[in-house]
Design a binder for this molecule. Structure first.
Ligand SMILES: C=CC1=C(C)c2cc3[nH]c(cc4nc(cc5[nH]c(cc1n2)c(C)c5CCC(=O)O)C(CCC(=O)O)=C4C)c(C)c3C=C
Ligand SMILES: [Fe+2]
Length: 569
């Protein structure tokens, strides 16, 4: 491929050069610095994208990109995949089922369907049985139709999705801005959506000093990027050992490397089959859901990506490698406590607002409870039958979150006479601010002040070999589905979070999903709520009132800071 082909086959978020002559919103590279249609993050990314593109073009001018060694096409048996594909086709025809195209209307509604359940029964059983027939790696040397360049070999990519974290204290406020500007994190009613960014600016500015203290206490930034990169590297090596040379990319939702950057690299590397793997064991609207919605948008807007075969592993808390690896870590840490059998195992999960689960059907709570049941069953099978509790930590803002809350539960256990506690962070597989600061410092102090004498904490999985090995197996098991989902969607109707393409996955939720009620509408008035909740609500009402005042009068602090456009009427 020559430099001109590269330029033609890529287009920037801002509407730079495209292969198809799609309407271009903006014409020159300079536009990125001035466009108000792009967020600061997108603008920054656009500039970077153009720089990379230039560099890549120069490199391509001087040499052709070599093919990855040991491509999938040269391994395993083509017949296995063909058999799989024709099997799926037969099943589908016998059911008379077709996967309908997804209308933008269905895909744009907010909220998730809670009436389905058993996320992973299908995923587990079907994927497992397919794994048994899958070759070490499948082959289907078919490049996405209509690509600028038809390649003879497959290029497999794995996209790890994660949250991202500020790397320096200066990053804290813009990181928080990105987080609160996400409509999957702060959900405003439709007619107030224009307030999303000013509200995010306000909340991030107010919260930044407190958050920055936390990040300062853990060394001045989040370790998430480093750990996720290590996980990507380890996964790539594990896949290679299993006979599947693949490139593993990291796409963060709120900080570098942004998902858009990973997508850019995926296109540059001409990946033809992509497995999307959120690094959250349990699915939540606010985490994997938010990243997938972003991906859906990026995929739709891009001629290359829209045709690239891909599949998503939406959650994987039920995989035996993950469950066993968690049980191993728990057993090891129990042994470090004076009387292991007497220690109370305290699973602490990141919380979500209760409305996510009750009104929008977030499967997070159900998956979390199932996950705990699987781990404690595994421990019991090994003769470890300590008492245990699940509680939720890290609540933010004025609404009610999943209960029981971690802080209240620690105090309660102390009162009940528990003397030895083993904290197990359960919703995330890397160390981060909430393990290193909230659990190790705040909850430890609270526990000791509540009468607990012995405190232990299970480390996050990180690059634990059994866990990484299992993730690699999950990727291999998902590979036969890449592309095949378009004609299969086997049992997708029974699964809440089926293995599938981003669009199918979101469409599954979209079928019956309802919009989350606005924060104000779900507040129950009464005297039963905590002072913190009330203070938050009053603050939220004050902020909304201020914003409405600014928007209607065209004057105020947000206008002075250029966060709201001048009033034109
Ligand atoms: C499964 C894990 C997570 C869920 C669910 C989740 C939901 C969620 N989070 C916030 C608000 C914040 N989260 C913050 C940091 C943060 N969140 C997670 C994971 C989940 N969040 C992680 C791993 C991290 C740490 C990243 C790092 O820097 O190491 C923060 C910033 C830190 C702070 O100020 O406390 C906020 C804010 C909401 C509102 C939400 C659900 C709606
Ligand atoms: Fe969070």
């Amino acid at each position: 491929m020559d430099a001109a082909a590269v330029a033609r086959s890529h287009h920037c978020l801002c509407g730079g050069p495209t292969a198809t002559g799609k309407p271009q919103r903006l014409q020159s590279a300079e536009c990125h610095t001035t466009s108000f249609t792009l967020s600061p993050v997108s603008r920054q990314f656009c500039r970077k994208q153009h720089r990379w593109l230039q560099q890549k073009q120069q490199r391509l001018d001087s040499r052709r990109r070599p093919q990855p060694s040991g491509s999938l096409a040269s391994r395993g048996s083509q017949a296995d995949l063909q058999a799989f594909l024709s099997d799926i086709g037969r099943i589908e025809r016998s059911r008379g089922r077709r996967v309908p195209p997804i209308s933008s209307e269905t895909a744009d509604r907010g909220g998730y369907d809670s009436t389905r359940s058993r996320t992973s029964r299908w995923q587990g059983s079907a994927a497992a049985s397919l794994a048994s027939m899958a070759p070490t790696a499948p082959q289907a040397p078919v490049a996405p139709e209509g690509n600028a360049v038809q390649e003879a070999t497959e290029r497999v990519g794995v996209l790890l999705l994660n949250l991202g974290g500020p790397e320096t204290l200066d990053d804290v406020q813009p990181f928080l801005f990105n987080l609160f500007a996400d409509p999957d994190i702060i959900r405003l009613p439709r007619n107030l959506r224009f307030l999303q960014r000013p509200l995010a600016q306000f909340i991030s500015s107010v919260r930044a000093p407190k958050s920055a203290e936390g990040y300062a206490a853990i060394g001045g930034g989040s370790p998430l990027r480093r750990i996720t990169n290590d996980q990507a590297q380890a996964l790539q090596e594990s896949l290679e050992k299993k006979g599947c040379p693949a490139h593993v990319y990291v796409g963060m939702r709120y900080w570098h490397p942004f998902t858009e950057e990973a997508i850019f690299d995926i296109k540059q590397d001409r990946i033809t089959r992509l497995v999307v793997l959120p690094l959250y064991p349990q699915f939540s609207i606010s985490t994997s859901g938010s990243s997938l919605r972003l991906l859906e948008r990026l995929f739709r807007e891009d001629d290359y990506l829209v045709q690239m075969e891909h599949t998503v592993i939406p959650s994987w808390y039920q995989r035996s490698g993950y469950v066993k690896a968690m049980a191993n870590l728990i057993e090891e840490e129990l042994q470090k406590l004076p009387v292991p059998e007497e220690a109370h195992i305290f699973f602490s999960a990141h919380g979500v607002p209760v409305t996510y689960v009750e009104d929008a059907g977030d499967p997070y709570k159900a998956e979390m409870e199932e996950c705990i049941a699987l781990i404690t069953q595994e421990l019991e099978d090994r003769g470890v039958d300590n008492k245990y509790t699940l509680a939720y930590q890290s609540r933010v803002g004025p609404v009610e979150w999943l209960k029981p809350y971690t802080d209240e539960t620690i105090k309660k256990l102390g009162k009940e006479g528990v003397k030895s506690l083993l904290a197990v962070p359960i919703s995330f597989v890397s160390e981060h601010i909430e393990t290193l600061e909230e659990i190790d410092v705040e909850y430890r102090e609270l526990a000791l002040a509540s009468g607990i004498v012995h405190w232990g904490r299970v480390p996050a999985l990180g690059v634990e070999p059994m866990f990484i090995d299992d993730l690699a197996d999950a990727v291999l098991e998902a590979l036969p589905f890449v592309g095949a989902m378009a004609m299969s969607s086997v049992d997708a109707k029974q699964a809440l979070v089926p293995l599938g393409s981003v669009e199918e996955l979101l469409a599954t939720y979209d079928t019956l999903r309802r919009e989350l009620p606005a924060p104000v509408a779900v507040w129950e008035w009464g005297w039963t709520k905590s002072a913190e909740t009330w203070n938050g609500r009053i603050a939220m009402i004050a902020v909304l009132a201020l914003l409405i005042l600014e928007v209607t009068t065209g004057q105020g602090v947000l206008h002075q800071w250029g966060m709201l456009p001048p009033k034109t009427w």
